[in-house]
Design a protein around this ligand. Structure first.
Ligand SMILES: Cc1cc2nc3c(=O)[nH]c(=O)nc-3n(C[C@H](O)[C@H](O)[C@H](O)COP(=O)(O)OP(=O)(O)OC[C@H]3O[C@@H](n4cnc5c(N)ncnc54)[C@H](O)[C@@H]3O)c2cc1C
Length: 395
């Protein structure tokens, strides 16, 4: 990190720096130059000041001793008394990452009555399960949950901490990374671990136009959140292993400034993320009523239906049926896209599906680069034909 400073005793107030700055980042105030937020620290003012009254100050970056931070910790979220599947998916990925560096995979559980969840986790290849089990933790309050996970991180010193990008995880992870003054990358779609234990956190950026590789080089731990259904869950082993470590914190630490007055559980709702078969309508559909054939095909296949974002923007569908960066990530056994072009914001959240069938009239549509079966044809011909064939078969 560097910054620009003006040496007042040398400055004559000639204002040449104001004229030379390509970013209009210098204003004259009371006859002296003052830098504003547009400064990019390019250094042109430093080079062109005739009095050498402007200097560039370099700040030394302290680097952490990486050898003192080992292993991978997964925050295993508990939802309605059960392990959220995203925690298991993260354990699967953590095991893959940990192996070449001989790291261990650990998990942390926070909540109430967690013994069954801790027992279940022992079947997924984690070496230690830290448990914070207390009636004061019966529902999520970000400050006290963060205090529990912080306590275990300070004790175990993991190099990497993985958190599911659920509503709970999205609230918890930033609080934790702030407490450790370290980096957090949200919604990673790919993770790699370098030999020096730097985690390469890969995710779409700039509206999905690039895949950014983000690295936390100078601090530890490295925090990353990953959405549900992005990583593969590990196979459950019959053998239970791993040490269960019950930890507790003083009562005062478990007191939150937030209290829950009442809570009403929402009726369980089916999510497109849980569907095994999905039929997706895109902007190739000419009118809202045509979505009925997408729904009909989905019903005949025993699946669910979804759409791209433009259809949500038109009001034809709702956000909970939208696949993509600003919608849901899906990973069904079969997905059939109808009139979908295959923008990266869409494909990055469905390209891990087992079988992808794409119907599009444009043979150069990007969706065909992720499809296993490409049907270059009019969806108004193909979808009714599929419906007819399925009905015939069922009859
Ligand atoms: C920050 C950001 C986030 C975004 N998030 C999302 C997101 O979460 N989800 C999402 O979907 N998009 C998202 N987008 C928008 C995305 O970039 C695309 O614009 C969008 O996915 C395109 O939707 P589409 O494929 O339905 O439409 P189009 O790109 O218009 O494609 C329609 C396709 O239908 C084909 N077609 C037309 N008629 C027929 C026919 N009769 N039969 C067969 N094929 C036909 C055409 O050849 C075309 O390929 C996001 C964009 C940004 C910038």
């Amino acid at each position: 990190m560097a910054k620009i400073a003006v040496l007042e005793r040398k400055c004559t107030g000639c204002s040449l720096c104001v004229k030379n700055c390509p970013f209009s980042a210098i204003d004259m105030k009371d006859g002296r130059p003052e830098l504003n937020a547009a400064c990019k620290v390019c250094g042109i003012c430093v080079k062109t000041c005739p009095e050498q009254a402007i200097v560039k100050l370099e700040t030394r970056v302290e680097s952490v001793d990486k050898s003192k931070w080992r292993d991978i910790l997964v925050f295993a979220e508990v939802s309605a008394g059960r392990l959220h599947p995203v925690g298991l998916e993260l354990i699967g990925k953590a095991r893959e990452l940990a192996e070449p560096l001989d790291f261990k995979v650990k998990a942390v559980l926070v909540g109430e009555n967690l013994k069954p969840c801790a027992e279940e986790l022992r079947h997924f290849g984690v070496s230690e399960i830290a448990v914070y089990d207390d009636p004061a933790l019966s529902y999520f309050r970000a400050d006290v949950y963060a205090s529990c996970v912080e306590d275990y991180i300070r004790f175990a010193r993991p190099s990497v901490v993985l958190v599911g990008a659920t509503s709970l995880g999205r609230s918890l992870a930033p609080r934790l990374s702030t407490r450790f003054h370290t980096g957090l990358t949200a919604d990673c779609t790919k993770l790699e671990l370098r030999e020096n234990s730097d985690l390469v956190q890969i995710r779409p950026a700039f509206g999905g136009n690039i895949m950014a590789q983000i690295v936390t080089e100078n601090t530890r731990p490295q925090f990353a959140t990953v959405r549900y259904k992005v990583m593969n869950p590990p196979v459950r082993s019959e053998k239970a292993e791993g040490n269960v470590l019950f930890r507790s914190l003083p009562k005062a630490v478990l007191e939150s400034r937030t209290s829950c007055v009442s809570s009403t559980p929402l009726p369980p709702k089916k999510s497109i993320s849980d569907a095994e078969i999905l039929v997706v309508g895109g902007r190739g559909l000419q009118k809202e009523a045509d979505l009925s054939m997408i729904r009909e095909l989905a019903a005949l296949l025993g699946g669910d239906w979804a759409t791209t974002r433009p259809l949500v923007e038109k009001g034809w569908s709702t956000n909970d049926r939208q696949i993509g960066l600003s919608g849901r990530t899906v990973r069904p056994r079969l997905i059939i896209t109808c009139g979908v072009s295959g923008a990266i914001q869409f494909t990055s959240c469905m390209n891990a599906s087992d079988h992808i069938v794409a119907i599009n009239t444009d043979r150069s549509a990007p969706i065909f680069s992720v499809a296993h079966i490409a049907i270059v044809d009019d969806l108004y011909r193909v979808v009714p034909e599929l419906i007819r064939m399925l009905k015939e078969e069922q009859a």
